[in-house]
Design a protein around this ligand. Sequence first.
Ligand SMILES: [Zn+2]
Length: 403
Amino acid sequence: MRDTALLQLALSLTPPWTVSRSDFDPEAHRLDIEIDFAPGSRFVCPTCGAANCPAYDTERMTWRHLNFFQHQAYLNARVPRVRCDKCGVKTVNVPWARPDSGFTLLFEALVMTMVSAMPVKAVARIVGEHDTRLWRVIHHYVDEARARTASGVTRLAIDETAARRGQDYVTLFVDIDQARVVFATEGNDAATIAAFADDLAAHGGDPDAISQVCIDMSPAFIKGIAENLPNAAITFDKFHAVKIINDAVDQVRRTEQKEQSLLRGTRYLWLRNPQTLSDRQRTTLGGLPTRHLKTARAYQIRLAFQDLYDQPSVQAGASYLKKWYFWATHSRIEPVIAAARTVKRHWDGILQWFDSKIANGLIEGINSLIQAAKAKARGYRSTRNLKAIIYLLAGKLDMRLPA
Ligand SMILES: [Zn+2]
């Protein structure tokens, strides 16, 4: 078998395309395969699909292909432009590459498989391409897969993640039922919710179909939901609610420690739950004269708030929360009273948990996945790149790679 026939078979070329020549340069570690078509061949118009269009002129193009053993391989062809009666002069689509890509489909499939397992910069180094060229490929396949994925989301968790060092944020929108990121966007203000609603509508989803949303107590998110997701009932994330009381406990301890030196070194005893303490920590806690300490009272109020979530029904929960609120606001401990008032302002959304039973724990997991990838990549060139990686890692995309 001649080498051109072998390469033609290996590339699965079909008429009118044939391999006309190959040049191997062992010193440059490079194989160049020349693809051509027979004179008089007819082509399909890339715009309207009309068959039998004659070639008008040609343009020479080159595509990086899968390596030939340890050598880089390139396909080269003169690509015809056709004159279509309807559309005018158009460059035809070749079967081995996307329009305007400098890579073959198989090379792109390899790149996409590699970037879901390692940082893009590392892939760029291995394949010997600049990473900005690879990012273009990534954006194409991610956008295409997102466009294909019809979104039937009804229950949503929203939270922010750090985009770069400093104050930049990306807000994540997670479909709770499918456990996947359906949308990620710059910022953490009310406009992010509007951007989500627009994107959802653009992908065949319905903002009115969102019935349950879990968020922290961010006023921007509350406002954005009211304006853009009119049928969504808000549940305030329970871990976030508990954290508000816990922060109050910490504040009380910090102030009290200035007079009560025995509180020094006890910070984490008060922040954790009794069942997660070590034996030694439990002994330390038991040895403190807790009856005289404000910190201990604040701590009991925090534990009592957590018990809200063990109530059997929303009615029981509401009456429990009322009693808790009375106790907390009569504690004469300023940070605890302030935390209780915050609870009061978010009353319905805290009790909504009894209906929805949703929380943002899912996002925490996704978040650590993203932050780990970010650390490994030592950052991305842009937030757009970060978003593409978020979709790749946590979007459960319907990625149809060329095979
Ligand atoms: Zn046409």
